[in-house]
Write a protein that binds this ligand. Sequence first.
Ligand code: SF4
Length: 362
Amino acid sequence: MSIISSILTQASFSSSDLVKLLGSEGDEMMLLFETSNKIKQNITGNKVYFRGLIEFTNFCIKDCLYCGIRKSNHSIQRYNLSDEQILDAVRFAEEENFASIVLQSGENTSSTFTERITHLITRIKDQSQGRMRITLSLGEQSESVYRQWHEAGAHRYLLRIETTNHTLYQKIHPKNSLHDFNHRLDCLYSLRSVGYQTGTGVMIGLPFQTIDDLANDLLFFQKFGIDMVGMGPYLEHSQTPLFKFRNELMTVQKRFELSLKMIAVLRILMNDINIAATTALQAIDPMGREKGIKAGANVIMPNITPGPHRKDYLLYESKPCPDEEAIQCKGCLDARIAMVDAIGGYGEWGDSKHFQNRTISE
Ligand code: SF4
């Protein structure tokens, strides 16, 4: 029996086991994917759940060194959708039978912004007669704001930690109180204590990142008891400070493959969580999201931001479909789902089973 197949029979995994799984190649890598896919089919089933992604504004108060919409990038067109445009996108999601949407934006902690979101959540709930599940991806906020939004009707929150290596975190963010690793961690704990299905994620293939870092990221997800994960390859953006390290990165193909292995290992480590096949996978390979599903992911976030603004929300370059209208992307989505051994979970919330299991046992 090979080392990989032997590790795959274990019930628990050390950091060194995870490093070996992430280093698997060829037949052993295929065995890893087969194992993770089997676990997914047994535990979460063969459905892929949809979250219609609405990137409603690219204004951001922060300056993350890897991000194309960082505050200091003055060469992009800033936009802010009106409430009516957002509600139209939600209506579109309803028509397409997506039972969940994600409201995503750059970070903003002003009371004008936080109150606007509370009002929007209420309107989305009213418009959909409570049928639309709302996920928020609006960065670091105070616990009282998280609670206010939860009470208004948002039940899931995505806050990517990006890396759990404190030193690496500092290298990819400006050194100031607005970009504090411990505060980000505190926010994740606040989200969970408020009662959200809590999601996080990391970038894979960052400059200075090691395989041990990634193994530790996976162990962090497990120790925290995270409910949802969205992670994908780091893709550089030429108008960011981190771009100067582009020659030190592993190839894009390696980052892609490593991202699939991260999904697979995470599924083996945490059988019942929701894992998203992110758009960054599709940016590298036209079938990237589908390969992510085969590796163990069970969530897709089709972009339903009104077409004219999608090109302005480029966290990284080479983002797929920026010029297409949402309806055109829906056409490709159906065809893509049919190409993998999965069924679209239309009309279903597809809540994290891990969240359901942990809240029963808490
Ligand atoms: S990663 Fe998020 S918080 Fe950081 S600059 Fe980009 S949008 Fe803002």
